[in-house]
Design a protein around this ligand. Structure first.
Ligand SMILES: [Zn+2]
Length: 325
């Protein structure tokens, strides 16, 4: 109990998205609708306590520093052009085209950070550790590469402008045309239409990101893997049905099912296997397509029996039931 509490205390603190740095959530919202235009964060957009996130996002390549070449006029609503002085542009002054005001500014005030659609794609790709090259699929979708989960490979896409029905469906259609297997679409927007392609699962990007210790990390949510390659599944099933060994296994399972009846003392699955090997050889014998005789392996026999026992809510032995041969 004590150990468990200590383990918990050491685990990194994860913040829910509504407590994430405000500039980050704003930036994603802007990138969703900005098209290929860059999005800029001014110094005032970033809260003091969020500055460490800016540093880590620069290190991860999502943000880059790009000083502003214009600034709001101090005496009217217009935007004034900046003129830089000094070797590193550390001194600067601005002239307002509207009211003619001339005022001093400095490099610190002009600090600005830039993000754009492609840098976001590259950042997500790095974080999600997909393999393959980043490719643009359409104006609103990037292909980020593949990930493997269990036996299955998934194509990963990043999509913007999904909120609106028409542009959302257009993005899905473009992605569908590029997809070969099952796909995961990461949506920049918080809401999106349901995709009609059953191989495609759509999840919000923010549901894949976790904030911990001043940095962002990537974790796949389970629903990302709900897109199923049904054609591949059907082919797999057909293959299994035509495989003589698989067919014999199914036949053996049916045999075991028929034989589990009545009440008796404990019978272990290896005892059932022994009985079958001794008295029901035909249940474990099959012929390949060339007519050669084979026996099911010991492991397959044991697995088949265990599967039937589990179907009946039993463990690896028959408690209270008899294997009646
Ligand atoms: Zn002015």
């Amino acid at each position: 109990m004590k150990n468990k509490t200590m383990m918990k205390a050491r685990a990194p603190q994860r913040k829910p998205p509504n407590q994430w740095p405000r500039f980050f959530r704003n930036m994603l919202g802007q990138l969703d609708v900005a098209g290929d235009d860059p999005v800029f964060l001014a110094k005032d957009d970033i809260a003091l306590e969020d500055q460490s996130y800016v540093a880590s996002l620069i290190a991860q390549g999502l943000l880059s520093e790009e000083p502003s070449s214009s600034i709001a006029c101090i005496s009217c609503d217009a935007i004034a052009a900046v003129r830089r002085k000094g070797a590193k542009g550390e001194k600067a002054s601005a002239v307002c085209p509207c009211c003619g005001a001339i005022f001093q500014t400095n490099a610190q005030e002009l600090r600005r950070w830039r993000a754009d659609w492609n840098s976001l794609g590259a950042w997500v790709k790095d974080m999600a550790e997909t393999d393959g090259d980043l490719e643009s699929v359409s104006s609103s979708a990037l292909f980020l590469g593949h990930i493997t989960r269990g036996q299955e490979r998934f194509e990963v896409y990043l999509a913007r402008s999904l909120t609106e029905q028409t542009s959302g469906q257009q993005a899905y259609s473009d992605i569908s045309q590029s997809m070969n297997g099952s796909g995961i679409v990461l949506s920049l927007a918080g809401s999106f239409p349901k995709p009609t392609n059953p191989k495609m699962a759509v999840v919000r990007l923010i549901d894949c990101l976790v904030v911990s210790g001043g940095e962002f990390a990537f974790e796949w949510p389970e629903q990302a893997f709900s897109g199923k390659d049904q054609a591949k599944q059907r082919a797999g099933l057909a293959r299994a049905q035509n495989d003589p060994r698989q067919k014999q296994k199914e036949s053996l399972k049916a045999f075991v099912r028929r034989k589990i009846v009545g009440i008796s003392i404990d019978t272990r699955h290896h005892e059932i296997a022994e009985d079958i090997r001794k008295n029901h050889k035909d249940q474990i014998t099959y012929f390949d397509r060339l007519g050669n005789e084979h026996k099911l392996s010991n492991q397959i026999i044991l697995d088949s029996i265990a599967e039937v026992l589990r179907e009946n809510g039993l463990g690896d032995r028959i408690s209270g039931k008899k294997f009646n041969t």
